[in-house]
Design a protein around this ligand. Structure first.
Ligand code: ZN
Length: 408
């Protein structure tokens, strides 16, 4: 749960809030029917697109698909229970999937041949997990005391839990279902369009945001800021390892298609969800502090995949995954775009070797944790030295015209 910040795509800023739904059994059935109905429509639209492509040499427009959807809706009693407008989201998905495949096929493969005649996969019952409400009037919110409800078309009022809403206009809503083995969980992702000039600076007026920060990303410490803040690797996996082993053992002993197996599967799913949430929490923490407590950010432009190559042992891989460096990098960029902060990516070469005070080249191996400069006598943590170098590279190399008080 929480907020997902999306950077602006030239149309203003969108914030997506994920709500945990608590539907009663009848509402669950209705949501399931909407997911299933939209799955049927999806598959029929895929077939229609394929025929249209073969006969006319081009894909139908979304308008054509929506008209087809309305016809299916009218004639097919099993589809009639779904919310009419939700098919507009489905038609968009079909076209997107088809365009992606055509794009992929137009590229010659290794043999030089261009394959054709492919279509997106038909959705199986298991693969169908969500459906959407494309318009503002398709859903709404209400409150009874402390209880909050979301009104979903053809479903009704469903109680939900989630963060307070941002001060924007709700635009679209996607309802999704996650299979947890013994039961399903339901979520709604509501996207808000934020007003013009939206900035989160005003949320933290007491914090001095005039100074930019340099960030060194790594595995033993996930992030070290040039102001001295250190985020250690939380080693989530190590903490949960015993639990995982126990649950996996139980699952491997269970016989599939029994109640016991479902239960064991559910426990494993829950444990992985927990791990995922813990990692996500760390990432959000780092990104939040990096963006909202500083005036700008300089980061290494590192190929994270290359980094992974270094960590060959399984133990290191788990530490690496716990660090989720790729996620940290993307998240910082997303949050920064939302808060109107500038992110500068710098060349990471030599940032750990060069002295941040005098610029001397002090060669040291990976295991040397302290930077000790023989030229000027500077003695600081190796990662902190790198973070200061990254800051200097990013913010003196590319001066930001908006900010006059950047450090020399
Ligand atoms: Zn020095």
């Amino acid at each position: 749960m929480g907020q997902e910040n999306r950077d602006d795509k030239g149309r203003g800023i969108y914030l997506t809030v994920k709500l945990k739904l608590d539907p009663a059994s009848e509402e669950k059935r209705r949501i399931d029917r909407n997911i299933e109905g939209n799955r049927v429509v999806y598959n029929q639209m895929v077939t229609y697109c394929k025929l249209h492509l073969e006969n006319e040499g081009r894909l139908p427009t979304q308008f054509d698909l929506n008209r087809l959807g309305a016809e299916i809706w009218r004639k097919n009693p099993s589809v009639k229970c779904i919310y009419n407008n939700s098919m507009h989201v489905t038609s968009g998905r079909v076209l997107q999937a088809y365009k992606k495949i055509l794009e992929h096929n137009s590229k010659p493969d290794a043999g030089g041949a261009v394959s054709s005649g492919h279509r997106p996969r038909y959705k199986t019952v298991k693969a169908a997990r969500s459906y959407g409400y494309p318009k503002r009037q398709d859903f709404g919110f209400s409150r009874k005391g402390k209880r909050r409800y979301i009104r979903l078309g053809k479903v009704g009022n469903v109680r939900f839990y989630g963060p307070e809403f941002p001060k924007g206009t709700p635009k679209t809503c996607i309802v999704s279902r996650i299979d947890m083995g013994t039961h399903s969980e339901y979520y709604a992702s509501v996207t808000f369009e934020m007003p013009e000039g939206y900035a989160t600076d005003e949320l933290y007026p007491e914090i001095d945001t005039s100074q930019p920060v340099g960030i060194d990303l790594g595995i033993s410490s996930v992030a070290v800021f040039s102001d001295g803040t250190v985020f250690e690797n939380p080693k989530h996996y190590l903490k949960l390892r015993k639990r995982f082993e126990k649950l996996q053992r139980r699952l491997s002993k269970a016989v599939p298609f029994t109640e016991e197996y479902d239960k064991a599967k559910s426990r494993v799913d829950h444990a992985y969800r927990k791990l995922k949430n813990m990692r996500k929490n760390t990432v959000n923490h780092i990104a939040h502090d990096a963006v909202y407590l500083h005036g700008g950010i300089a980061m290494e432009d590192l190929s994270v995949k290359g980094l992974r190559g270094i960590s060959r042992s399984r133990r290191m891989t788990n530490y690496y995954n716990d660090a989720s460096l790729g996620a940290v990098q993307t998240r910082i960029r997303d949050v920064a775009a939302c808060a109107h902060r500038k992110v500068v990516l710098v060349d990471p070469r030599g940032t750990s070797q060069i002295c941040s005070a005098c610029g001397a080249y002090v060669k040291k191996g990976l295991d040397v944790r302290i930077h000790h400069c023989p030229e000027c006598g500077l003695r600081i943590d190796r990662d902190l030295n790198a973070a200061i170098n990254i800051l200097n590279r990013g913010w003196t190399g590319h001066p930001d015209p908006d900010r006059s008080n950047r450090p020399a």
